[in-house]
Design a protein around this ligand. Structure first.
Ligand SMILES: Nc1ncnc2c1ncn2[C@@H]1O[C@H](COP(=O)(O)OP(=O)(O)OP(=O)(O)O)[C@@H](O)[C@H]1O
Ligand SMILES: [Mg+2]
Length: 476
């Protein structure tokens, strides 16, 4: 979300999105609807220049030069454009939320700004699902929790389910919708094998992304002043001049202080703007991170924070990971929601195959077979379609997937389970590629969480005969 300003097609700030492609402003509401506001071209250009330089005092001369290059324009002209901008934003000169006037000096855009890249498909954690389908109740529950968090009631939501069921895709979809308000996203994830040994790995990942994004400077400043024990762990985001003194100041401090500081930092960030704190793949998390989640769960009072914790249920259960125990405990106390993702419904699979349109009657057999074989797992669903495509039995068109073979041929060619998809794909690799894959999966076999290897590996369930198409584990 905090992508580079140079790659952006729109800039978002509290309650509004400046659409650079369509040269207009959108007023956003928490219900996710947006109202278009058309501004005269020069008013739009003044606003754009201010938004592109947030928190910087922009002199009238600099603004005039940017908007009317090479033309002599009286500075008074700007006043009319700024007044029009204020009317559009519902802002006031006396108590500004967006544009501050510095008499005789210029203007400053004071709201925090996020940049969005083209296409709208880049999710926070992954590339957003090309066509996200189903999951309406889960999205509804997340958006409702987000609204409660915005109103000051802290929310904790765990999202669980098997590998590839769509946990990350769901959260990316939710973040894309929820970020239409002024919430700030603090998101990070664990890495297999590594995260388990590195204390607070996903939290540092999240803080690093936030500090490195648009508006990151103010977060870095808050980090240094409120959470110095965390700041020393992130030297890239701390000005060189204060690193040594920070180190001296924090030497010998323990876990308790770190815990207190991270809670203070989250509270401070959530005062300014609602905070969405998302941690992915927590079945690989170090135990300090889980302690931190406990500390957040104990925070009292009004707090505009929503914590979303994602983990694979099977992987967490197989090692009795404390994230699972925490979610059970908080759920028993009624202090959190647990969203356990079920398989995608056949009609959602049909919608996905038909690219959102209703399914062509001839392709109903295809939809039925895919739904049956993938067991509702979207990762498997994609793998099956890719496999059929490689065999030239289906065609991908702008109107969706279509079968090019008879139902009987499809049935014969369709792999019985996803494990067969993988095995067939491996068989089609060159001998060198097969050897490399084998070596890599041996090398990766000792990693935490039990899912070593490259790409996809078949779990013990399948080896032990539970060949139901679900016994597949994906590795990072
Ligand atoms: N509801 C959906 N609609 C369309 N595509 C989806 C949906 N859910 C997931 N996908 C796609 O399925 C694939 C797997 O989803 P995702 O990575 O979110 O699974 P996951 O549960 O997070 O898996 P893991 O446990 O390995 O992290 C992705 O390519 C994603 O885009
Ligand atoms: Mg995931």
């Amino acid at each position: 979300m905090n992508s580079d300003f140079r790659a952006r097609t729109s800039l978002q700030f509290s309650g509004f999105r400046l659409d650079l492609s369509n040269q207009c402003l959108w007023r956003l509401s928490p219900t996710l609807s947006a109202t278009r506001i058309d501004l005269p071209p020069k008013t739009f250009a003044v606003l754009r220049h201010l938004v592109e330089h947030p928190h910087r005092l922009m002199s009238s001369e600099a603004l005039l030069e940017a908007v009317w290059p090479g033309v002599h324009v009286q500075p008074e002209v700007l006043k009319g454009h700024v007044a029009a901008i204020r009317r559009a934003l519902g802002d006031s000169a006396e108590r500004p939320r967006y544009v501050e006037t510095h008499r005789g000096r210029g203007y400053r855009f004071i709201a925090s700004v996020d940049a969005f890249a083209a296409g709208g498909h880049s999710g926070f954690f992954a590339r957003r699902a090309e066509r996200f389908v189903g999951r309406a109740p889960e999205l509804g529950a997340l958006l409702a929790a987000h609204q409660r968090a915005q109103a000051g009631t802290r929310q904790i939501v765990f999202i669980t389910g098997e590998a590839g069921i769509g946990k990350t895709a769901l959260v990316d979809e939710f973040l894309a919708r929820a970020s239409h308000g002024d919430a700030r996203v603090l998101g990070g994830g664990c890495v297999e094998g590594y995260g388990g040994t590195e204390p607070y790995y996903p939290v540092l990942d999240a803080l690093g992304r936030l500090c490195g994004g648009a508006g990151g400077k103010e977060v870095s400043e808050a980090l240094v002043s409120i959470a110095p024990t965390w700041a020393v762990l992130m030297p890239a985001h701390v000005p060189a001049g204060i690193r040594v003194s920070l180190l001296a100041q924090t030497i010998g401090t323990g876990r308790k202080r770190m815990m207190r500081e991270i809670c203070d930092l989250l509270e401070a960030l959530a005062i300014e703007r609602p905070l969405l704190f998302v941690l992915d793949d927590l079945h690989w998390a170090d135990y300090s991170t889980i302690d931190m989640l406990c500390a957040i769960a104990r925070l009292k009072g009004s707090l505009r924070l929503m914590l979303v914790a994602i983990y694979r249920s099977e992987d967490a259960a197989s090692v009795q990971h404390p994230v699972m125990k925490l979610s059970h405990m908080l759920s028993l106390r009624g202090s959190c929601q647990v969203i356990a993702l079920a398989p995608l419904k056949p009609d959602s699979i049909g919608t996905w195959l038909a690219h959102g349109a209703s399914l062509h009657p001839l392709d109903e057999e295809l939809a039925h077979l895919v739904a049956e074989r993938c067991g509702g797992n979207p990762l498997f669903m994609q793998a099956i379609l890719d496999d059929l495509h490689e065999q030239a039995l289906v065609d991908k068109t702008p109107d969706g997937w279509h079968q090019t073979a008879t139902a009987a041929q499809l049935r014969r060619a369709l792999p019985r389970t996803i494990a067969q998809v993988i095995e067939t794909r491996i068989q089609r690799l060159t001998p060198e590629a097969q050897r490399a894959l084998e070596a890599a999966s041996v090398a990766g076999g000792g990693g935490g969480g039990g899912g070593g290897g490259v790409g996809v590996s078949v779990s013990d369930d399948r080896r032990s005969g539970r060949d139901d198409g679900r016994g597949v584990r994906r590795s990072v």
